[in-house]
Ligand binder design. Structure first.
Ligand SMILES: Cc1ncc(COP(=O)(O)O)c(C=O)c1O
Length: 405
């Protein structure tokens, strides 16, 4: 092959049109700097810093010993689909049978599947913003149109029912949101979700894609509420969840949906042609996770809560950062826009990408720019790290911004 090969034009348009995941890109850069010997504190990745609980690991070892080495059914093993249906009833008051459940390779895959299955070219997907980086790209891949609706800092980054209804057109097919939210940690309360559900009820062609992957990391006294539990719209709510965050199982790659049977069958059909059933050992481990003791997950949530308090307190001491109080998940999302236009004498910060890049190369703290999350004034800081790392990281940030004039 020629050295001047135009690889960009050889790649399919749909790939050239895709953004690279900004969270994974920052993590890659941080790893490169660490490999060069720099003491990088990595707060860019959305990953628990805990190990998977022992009883779940034991179930995986047993699955290997018991010979679960073959292909699994495309939608998942029957005992796992039942465990998920039971979990939906127990935790979320959602009435799905095993036939309504499809297990996939992570919640990311579950979300992408649903969008592929429901979106035709030109269909609109309303995304409550700030939003997880992959949502808009998944919509793009399906040739849909992402309609981003901004939750304001003042409303704790949440979209109001009025904003939502104003964005609905006759091409709207899906509204999607994550609660608890990545990147903001905000949580839509039951009252807020009921008000949004009232809007959905008035628009009978609109489906809800509810991403509940951070369900167990919730610091509110009220706890988690699922829109899928509201009977009037339940058939139009697709609930996505998984084990990555709540059980510290990111690498096991198990996500799932609960949805109307025809949607679940559509996802199963797609998956049958693209990936087949997901990893058999991880599925058996997930049965143990969902049916087993919740104490390890609750302990992790307690640690995230403590770190949230720590990080918010520390960030409030960083001059000119505006920091909300996340109610769940494991991120802080300060507004850093005061520093736009300022310079340390070498680098001028124009936006959140500049800020995150500058912070990494000058203070060796890896964070992620808010731009990829639909919030160009903010910076995402993961709190899934030890207390010592968090204290050291915020101190480095403080020292770094002191050089900006
Ligand atoms: C909001 C949100 N949804 C879904 C996912 C994907 O989870 P999984 O690792 O199960 O694919 C993530 C992971 O970062 C996330 O933050």
């Amino acid at each position: 092959m020629s050295a001047t090969l135009d690889t960009v034009s050889l790649l399919a348009d749909r790939i050239n049109a895709l953004e690279e995941s900004s969270t994974l890109a920052m993590t890659k850069k941080a790893r490169e700097l660490a490999a060069q010997g720099h003491k990088v504190i990595s707060l860019s990745v959305g990953e628990p810093d805990f190990k998977t609980p022992a009883h779940i690991c034991e179930a995986a070892k047993k699955a290997i010993d018991d010979g679960f080495h073959g292909y699994s059914p495309v939608a998942g093993y029957p005992d796992l689909r039942k465990a998920i249906a039971d979990k939906f009833k127990r935790d979320n008051n959602i009435d799905w049978k095993p036939e309504n459940i499809v297990v996939s390779t992570g919640a990311k895959h579950s979300l992408a599947n649903v969008i592929q299955v429901l979106i035709n070219p030109g269909d609109e997907v309303i995304i409550f913003s700030p939003y997880w980086v992959s949502y808009s790209e998944m919509v793009k891949l399906a040739e849909g149109k992402a309609v981003v609706v901004d939750g304001s800092f003042e409303n704790n980054f949440k979209v109001t029912p009025e904003q939502f209804e104003a964005a609905i057109t006759d091409r709207t097919k899906i509204v999607m949101y994550a609660s608890p939210n990545n990147p903001t940690g905000s949580i839509y309360s039951e009252a807020e979700l009921r008000a949004i559900a009232d809007v959905v009820a008035r628009h009978e062609n609109v489906f809800v894609l509810a991403d509940e992957i951070y369900e167990y990391i919730n610091f509110t006294p009220e706890g988690h509420f699922s829109m899928g539990s509201i009977p009037e719209i339940a058939e139009r709510v697709i609930t996505v969840n998984g084990v990555a965050k709540g059980y510290a199982m990111t690498g096991w790659r198990i996500g799932y949906i609960g949805a109307a049977k025809w949607i679940a069958e559509g996802v199963e059909k797609l998956q049958g042609q693209v990936t087949s059933g997901t990893n058999s050992i991880a599925q058996k481990a997930t049965v143990a996770a969902l049916n087993g003791p919740m104490e390890p997950s609750m302990e992790m949530a307690k640690a995230y809560h403590r770190r949230r308090d720590l990080v918010v307190k520390l960030l409030k001491e960083v001059p000119h950062f505006r920091t909300n109080v996340p109610e769940g998940a494991f991120y802080a999302f300060p507004d850093i826009s005061y520093y736009y236009g300022k310079s340390d004498g070498t680098t001028t910060i124009e936006n959140s990408d500049d800020f995150a890049g500058w912070l990494l190369t000058t203070a060796y703290v890896a964070t992620v720019a808010g731009s990829g999350f639909g919030a160009p004034d903010c910076l995402r800081i993961s709190t899934a790290a030890s207390d010592e790392s968090l204290v050291e990281a915020v101190q480095r940030i403080k020292d770094a911004v002191a050089t900006l004039k």
